[in-house]
Design a protein around this ligand. Structure first.
Ligand code: SAM
Ligand code: SF4
Length: 429
């Protein structure tokens, strides 16, 4: 029996694409392995959003060079945002790689598999997996768009994933129906900017229309989506979220900076005032919404005062979760061409720590309000003897119980809270 191992870093889109690649390899009769050293075929699903991620990819490629020297039959496939348009040049730099294919370019993968006489299935296959990569998970990640048209000045994604293309609405609905038949209870719809879903499709359906259609699938319990873009999020979508009860009260709404001049240099297309107004509308229509955001610190030229504007926005907004990153220049992007990366690394680190410290205190306070309350958790699996899953508001919850909870909705009474997760016991035994 031949075995494969998929190494995935980066965003949810990469995770979704790895699940699809796993589906294709399963169809060819391969079995999942637990590490590189147990595999006959490895796939690296890569990220280069920051230099630190790219360094991990380069390190793993060099590790695999050694492995291939010992096992010349090992097949190495590389996909994700590391794969640029110059695949021939990459192939020259990494001759031990058997195939480089762009993110989502499954026809390329299938053509290669056919050349190797691998009996791969060609229809769309996606097998949701749990964190261990094995059993069917009740939560599925569903890409609804590929690529991005925004060209934020710091971001490499549009150069690696291309212009935005939406999947037809009917195709997504069919896929979700099929997954629900196989036991999936929750779907997360993925796109770099889900608010522009459908602009390129006949009749221009929007995300609100897609949510309406998916809501009528009987055994589907929950729907989520990410990422929203503050410049494009519409009132129609907010109202659809408020009225469709399968749509979870959670939004990923990256602000990136609390300073208008930095937002302009980032080419984000909104101001702090517009962002504040949007959050106000969302909170007034969906009172228990939980909000996540992304912030970049140390963008070129960011003064201490401009950074303080981000810090005070964090204080004011009281986000549930913040992903904070130090600016990393990405060759080819607008910011890389036009601005000098002139904020010293230790200043970036200091700013990152300040945001994280403040956010830890805020998240700790927000989560402590759940102490003693009952929450509904969709159980995704077990870690170190404890069941885990998420609330509708995307809070991670752990509990111990002898029952079989995988894929079930458990009512948990919260006994312990921290900035990162909650713990409690089952009430609906
Ligand atoms: N499409 C989403 C959006 O509009 O924010 C997110 C996609 S991006 C791949 C994920 C996050 O990585 C961004 O929100 C941003 O905070 C961070 N990021 C992207 N490019 C970066 C860079 N050059 N340096 C540091 N962080 C970066
Ligand atoms: Fe990158 Fe901006 Fe597109 Fe997000 S919206 S993927 S940050 S270019």
């Amino acid at each position: 029996m031949l075995r494969y191992f998929i190494w995935t870093i980066g965003c949810q889109m990469n995770k979704a694409e790895s699940q699809q690649i796993a589906g294709y390899l399963d169809s060819a009769g391969y079995q999942a392995a637990t590490s590189f050293s147990h595999a006959d075929l490895v796939v690296l699903n890569t990220c280069v959003v920051r230099q630190s991620a790219e360094n991990k990819v380069l390190g793993t490629l060099s590790l695999l060079k050694g492995l291939k020297a010992k096992h010349p039959d090992l097949q190495i496939l590389v996909t994700g945002c590391f794969v640029n348009s110059h695949t021939q040049e990459l192939q020259r730099r990494f001759p031990h790689v058997d195939l480089l294919f762009k993110p989502g370019d499954y026809p390329e993968l299938i053509a290669w598999a056919q050349q190797q006489d691998m009996p791969i299935e060609q229809r769309l296959l996606r097998y949701p997996r749990n964190d261990a990569g094995m059993a069917l998970s009740p939560c599925a990640l569903i890409p609804i768009t590929q690529g991005c048209d925004n060209f934020c000045s710091y971001c490499i994604v549009p150069y690696r994933r291309g212009r935005e293309v939406s999947r037809p609405l009917e195709e997504i609905v069919c896929e979700v129906e099929e997954l629900v038949r196989r036991g999936v209870k929750e779907v997360t719809l993925l796109g770099q900017n889900v608010d522009s879903y459908g602009h390129d499709l006949p009749g221009h359906p929007g995300l609100a229309d897609l949510l309406g259609k998916l809501s009528s699938i009987d055994d589907l319990a929950r729907i989520r989506f990410l990422t929203n873009h503050p410049k494009d999020m519409s009132l129609k979508l907010i109202e659809a979220m408020a009225s469709l009860n399968k749509v979870c009260e959670h939004l990923e709404l990256p602000v990136q900076s609390g300073d208008n001049d930095i937002l302009k240099a980032m080419r984000r297309g909104y101001t702090v005032e517009r962002y504040r107004e949007l959050v106000h509308t969302v909170r007034s229509k969906i009172p228990h919404i939980s909000l996540s955001t992304d912030i970049i610190v140390g963008f070129p030229g960011e003064t201490e005062e401009q950074f303080e504007h981000s810090l005070s926005l964090v204080q004011e907004m009281r986000f549930d979760v913040i992903h904070v990153a130090a600016y990393s220049p990405r060759p080819g992007t607008i910011a890389w061409r036009e601005y000098q990366d002139n904020i010293p690394a230790e200043v970036k680190k200091g700013r990152l720590n300040k945001i994280e410290e403040l956010q830890t205190a805020i998240a700790s306070e927000i989560n402590s309000q759940l102490q003693g309350k009952e929450v509904e958790v969709l159980v995704e699996g077990k870690k170190k003897g404890k069941w885990f899953g998420r609330t509708r508001s995307n809070k991670l919850v752990f509990f111990e119980d002898a029952g079989g909870w995988l894929g079930h909705l458990a009512i948990i009474q919260i006994e312990k809270t921290s900035p990162w997760s909650l713990g409690g016991h089952v009430e609906n035994n």
